[in-house]
Design a binder for this molecule. Structure first.
Ligand code: F7E
Length: 324
């Protein structure tokens, strides 16, 4: 019989790429979706007819249990979260409930209803926060700097505890930032590429950004979902960093994006908006993916200049319609 997978957060960037990957590998894919008055299925266009959607919410244990019983998964990918760091400062307890306690609910559901299933947790480089070492790897101490970060820290430790206490095959993917044309518009890379496309097409005159000096290790999302899958194919569960081991500042990303659209002087268009600054900032992140390379044979291949090109091209096409 073919394998079965349950994905939470299936409508998002990573969830939709992962659903496509698993469908292409012959899995029967189930996705947990939160009810919205206006459903957002855009990213699932390619696979919507081939996956099964189940209503549920990470804050609701019975809907999680029901989804696990209904899907009888061999693999569970917990990608759902309140994932925007800035919002987590405004809604800290909601963020903890979804992105922290939500992980415990998922693990309880798996422990009680599908204990043989392999479990992937979307952990994050935000755990490192105020970085203690450069580059960061699986042994680097954590120091989260936001409610999102400390909620995810709870999820990270919950995974390790369920592994040690109950023998669940549960793994943390400590993923550094990973982007694509499907990235939500509130995140900085997409905010930049969408803003650049609008300026290039005469639909806007400027772009407001926050901290231009922040430095991130940005990779390409479809490569990272392949890494998630590889983690669950290992005989033993473990925790892995996925990253490119290179980093760029927000200013460098913006400069590249304007250049791709034919603008030399990006500073002319960009103004800094204090409202986009965070109460505490994660200034710099760069990950060392050596363990993933060695054990999973995984490597990031797309670097920032190529990523910027893909994202600007997609935003130009979205806004102006396909080129002839
Ligand atoms: O910010 C700075 C901002 O919101 C990146 C999530 O997927 O990756 C993501 O978290 C940096 C920060 O992502 C703007 O202050 C400047 O230093 O794109 P971001 P993030 O906070 O790194 C990790 C791995 C996750 O797990 C998260 O779920 O860019 N920045 N100007 C800005 N950020 C935003 N959003 N908007 C600006 O205008």
């Amino acid at each position: 019989m073919g394998r079965r997978a349950l994905i939470t957060g299936v409508t998002g960037q990573d969830g939709s790429y992962l659903a496509e990957l698993l469908v292409s590998k012959g899995y029967t894919v189930y996705g947990l979706v939160r009810r919205l008055s206006t459903p957002n299925m855009t990213h699932l266009a390619a696979v919507k007819e081939r996956i099964h959607l189940i209503d549920g919410d990470l804050t609701d244990q019975s809907s999680i249990n029901n989804a696990i019983r209904e899907s009888q998964p061999d693999e569970v990918y917990n990608l759902a979260a309140q994932s925007f760091v800035q919002t987590s400062f405004k809604q800290p307890t909601l963020t903890c409930d979804v992105s922290g306690v939500g992980v415990v609910r998922m693990l309880e559901g798996v422990r009680l209803h599908a204990p043989q299933a392999r479990f992937y947790q979307a952990s994050t480089s935000e755990l490192y926060g105020q970085v203690q070492r450069e580059p960061q790897d699986e042994a680097t101490p954590f120091h989260p700097r936001s409610p999102y970060g400390f909620a995810k820290l709870m999820g990270y430790w919950a995974v390790i505890n369920y592994r040690e206490s109950y023998g669940l095959h549960a793994s943390n993917g400590i993923l550094f930032n990973h982007e694509s044309p499907r990235r939500g518009i509130e995140f900085v890379t997409r905010r930049i590429t969408h803003g650049v496309a609008q300026i290039a097409l005469g639909k806007s005159k400027n772009l407001h950004l926050g901290n231009l000096a922040a430095r991130r290790d940005w990779g390409y999302a479809p490569e990272y979902v392949e890494g998630m899958w590889r983690m669950l194919q290992q005989r033993e569960p473990s925790d892995y960093v996925l990253a490119t081991n290179t980093s760029f500042t927000v200013a460098q990303f913006a400069s590249l994006a304007f250049k791709v659209a034919g603008f030399r002087n990006w500073r002319k268009f960009v103004s800094v908006d204090q409202a986009l600054m965070r109460p505490a900032e994660v200034h710099t992140l760069r990950g060392n993916p050596k363990k993933a390379r060695k054990r999973l044979g995984w490597q990031a291949t797309t670097r920032v200049p190529e990523l910027v090109k893909k994202m600007v091209a997609a935003d130009l096409e979205n806004l102006e319609g396909p080129r002839r």
